[in-house]
Design a protein around this ligand. Structure first.
Ligand code: COS
Length: 388
């Protein structure tokens, strides 16, 4: 078991979080028995296993087969923290069930919630969030995919989305498209699009350094019922941002899990590796590395769970808190994992050794769901607003 340290003793948590974390930590130990080779099959197996064991209930509200009345961000973060420490793909599978339905949980009609959320919680279907485009990653307001009214009851979606996690294996996509109520951010809407919709195709699969299902999607005259729109027309940008306000903290939590595992591997090695007549951990420079990583881990952890707790207390917006949590946790994790690789020497860059895998796993987290550079913009704007 990878220790969470004294995190659960912090005042951010309740007894239910401690019990949940204990159950999930025990379950996470069984993950290495699942297949790894074929990334799609591996992902599906993890969704099924997490669903069967009841942990995907954390990804949807209680009325639709979930765990808590509203999404509990602390539970989402603890889940990613614990899963990432054991198995990057299990963390990914869990996270996407949440991100790919978060906008439905927050803004969907009762009918959409009843249709899409229960099978996600059971691990029977797979979700995806289709926001990014080639020319609209950081600049969401530049989205070019269009959704045009076709009669009173349908829209027709045309365009392309890329770097879509679960692209190719998802059963539905939350698609953000331009509906034109106003230029820029105020002219976007969000729709739930079934993967089987005629005209929706996988243009290409994308291979990345830490493999997971990723694709470019093509929408060619995809007819989607207007009832599949989330919230009022023109609210798509706000829906995307409000969803990211929740899930950005969870990206920070996944970074914590990867960093925690790296520190665990480092301390194990520092305690056992013999050199210069002692163990690695006797050397003061090694102690310095361990100390820096320990402090960076706790600092990141405090920001992540502060953001999660603040949202769970009912704060309408946690834009600043979530951006800080994501930025600091992912940047710190990269440093912590890099130190772990360094202290493993040649083993650190050897395929099959855990820290080498973590080194590849962490990199994308500084980019997706808002790159560090975007988080800086978001944080600075919130700081400046406070004095305006
Ligand atoms: N929650 C609710 N509403 C929000 C919001 C949030 N977190 N953030 C912004 N809004 C609202 C604003 O209040 C504004 O509303 P009004 O028009 O009523 O004033 C509207 O949305 C537009 O906001 P803003 O002017 O800040 O839009 P910008 O285009 O300047 O936003 C950033 C720029 C960089 C902040 C935004 O595009 C962003 O977060 N980009 C990164 C996206 C991302 O994470 N991409 C990765 C894809 S997911 S893997």
């Amino acid at each position: 078991m990878i220790p969470l340290g004294d995190t659960l003793d912090w005042p951010f948590f309740e007894q239910r979080h401690r019990s949940y974390a204990k159950e999930l930590s025990t379950f996470a130990e069984t993950l290495h028995d699942l297949p790894h080779d074929d990334v799609d099959a591996a992902c599906r197996a993890r969704v099924r296993a997490l669903g069967k064991a009841g942990f995907l209930r954390a990804a949807v509200p209680a009325a639709y087969g979930g765990l808590t009345a509203e999404l509990d961000v602390r539970t989402l973060c603890l889940s990613r923290d614990i899963l990432a420490a054991q198995d990057g793909l299990a963390d990914f599978a869990f996270a996407m069930q949440g991100l790919g339905t978060g906008s439905i949980s927050l803004f969907g009609s009762t009918r959409l919630k009843e249709t899409y959320l229960p099978p996600i919680a059971r691990g029977e279907t797979i979700a995806a969030f289709a926001l990014s485009e080639r020319e609209a990653g950081s600049d969401v307001a530049a989205i070019a995919t269009t959704a045009t009214l076709d009669g009173a009851d349908h829209v027709v979606i045309d365009g392309s989305k890329t770097w879509i996690s679960n692209g190719g294996i998802a059963d539905h996509y939350i698609v953000f498209a331009r509906t034109g109520e106003a230029p820029g951010a105020r002219g976007l809407s969000a729709f739930v699009v079934d993967a089987t919709t005629p005209g929706l195709t996988i243009e290409e699969r994308i291979d990345v350094i830490a493999p997971h299902p990723l694709a470019t999607l093509r929408f060619d005259k995809c007819r989607v019922p207007v009832t599949h729109r989330l919230g009022p027309p023109g609210e798509g940008f706000k829906i995307a941002m409000a969803t990211l306000d929740i899930f950005r903290s969870t990206v920070g939590a996944a970074a914590l899990g990867f960093a925690r595992r790296a520190q665990h591997e480092t301390i194990k090695r520092a305690s056992s590796r013999q050199l210069f007549g002692g163990v690695l951990g006797d050397l003061q420079l090694v102690q310095a590395a361990i100390a820096e990583s320990a402090a960076e881990l706790d600092a990141a952890s405090l920001l992540v769970y502060r953001a999660a707790w603040t949202k769970d207390q009912g704060a309408p917006r946690v834009t600043r808190e979530a951006a800080m949590a994501k930025m600091v946790a992912t940047e710190n994790a990269q440093k912590i994992i890099d130190r772990a690789v360094q202290l493993h020497g040649g083993l650190g860059v050897t395929k099959g050794v855990k820290v080498e895998e973590l080194y590849r796993e962490i990199r994308a987290l500084r980019i997706y769901e808002g790159a560090t550079d975007v988080q800086k913009i978001v944080i600075a704007r919130e700081c400046l607003k406070a004095y305006a």
